[in-house]
Write a protein that binds this ligand. Structure first.
Ligand code: ADP
Ligand code: ADP
Length: 246
């Protein structure tokens, strides 16, 4: 089966009421989107702020269930799997978010942060092996053992995002979903982190779903794009062909 198959997913949220007696409205943040992703492939999700990119990425990583439609990861529907099987499936799909400071616990050392998905999702990995897996994930993002005992506030923004990527890699996933992973970084650091994603795809055969409002960034790291306009997928195809259309 495809690594990721998404069919007609819908996700609606209640709108804030304009008046306490007004009827409650909803906005369809994702209004029926389908997509496929094969192993090792990269797909960009682009569109203006508020078009539903983040909501779609939460649906495909099973952080939220869709109201309608289906998500299949390697042939399994995460929303119907029993808990243990869901854990095993979650190891294969990891996420990287925009703001590493917001998603890294400031009270935890880098060693503990990077090990966290192993502790939660792979309790069968022996403790002794965890250290080696953490060191390997850090090495994959260009960080050495000296990073292990640091806290997130002790490193630069670019290094924090490397740590977040190491945490995503530690379960050896097939797919990383990155939601605006370089938007909070200085432009000079953005290229380094984007090249890291390219490198990880080349070396590990990692599939990448890359959410960004920045078309130049998406050009740099993806082969195909899906363009969203208020909840709908309006266009999909090879990145350069789609983004160079008037
Ligand atoms: P994007 O990532 O493209 O900026 P989002 O997926 O964040 O878009 O948001 C799409 C729409 O859904 C917006 O109208 C947003 O306000 C709404 N929305 C997103 N998440 C929530 C939520 N948790 N509760 C209510 N509304 C939400
Ligand atoms: P549908 O899911 O059938 O597209 P929606 O409820 O999403 O219906 O949209 C109803 C109308 O509101 C559409 O005409 C659409 O153009 C408009 N609309 C919805 N969301 C937005 C948005 N985020 N920005 C601008 N227009 C929007």
């Amino acid at each position: 089966p495809a690594l990721l198959a998404v069919r007609d997913v819908v996700r609606a949220y209640p709108l804030p009421r304009r008046h306490p007696l007004a009827p409650a409205g909803t906005v369809r943040a994702v209004a029926g989107v389908s997509l496929d992703l094969a192993r090792g492939e990269s797909l960009g999700i682009v569109g203006e702020s508020g078009c539903g990119k983040s909501t779609l990425s939460r649906l495909v990583t099973a952080l939220e269930p869709p109201d309608a439609g289906r998500v299949h990861i390697a042939g399994h529907d995460p929303n119907t799997l029993p808990r243990m099987a869901l854990r095993r499936l979650r190891r294969r799909v990891q996420m990287v978010f925009q703001d590493p400071m917001g998603s890294l616990d400031p009270r935890w050392t880098v060693a503990r942060i990077v090990a966290e998905p192993l502790a939660g999702l792979a309790p069968d990995v022996p403790r002794a092996d965890r250290r080696a897996r953490v060191a390997e994930a850090l090495a994959a993002v260009g960080l050495g053992a000296e990073a292990l005992d640091l806290y997130p506030h002790q490193v630069s923004g670019g290094q924090r995002q490397r740590i977040a990527i190491a945490r995503a890699l530690v379960t050896d996933p097939d797919l990383v979903v990155a939601d605006e992973p370089v938007s909070a970084l200085d432009v000079s650091v953005q290229a380094q982190v984007l090249n890291l994603f390219l490198d990880l795809r080349a070396r590990r055969g990692l599939a990448l779903l890359f959410v960004s409002h920045d078309l130049d960034v998406v050009r740099h790291v993806t082969e195909r794009v899906l363009v969203m306009v208020h909840g709908h997928a309006v266009e999909t195809g090879p990145t350069e062909a789609v983004l160079s259309r008037p």
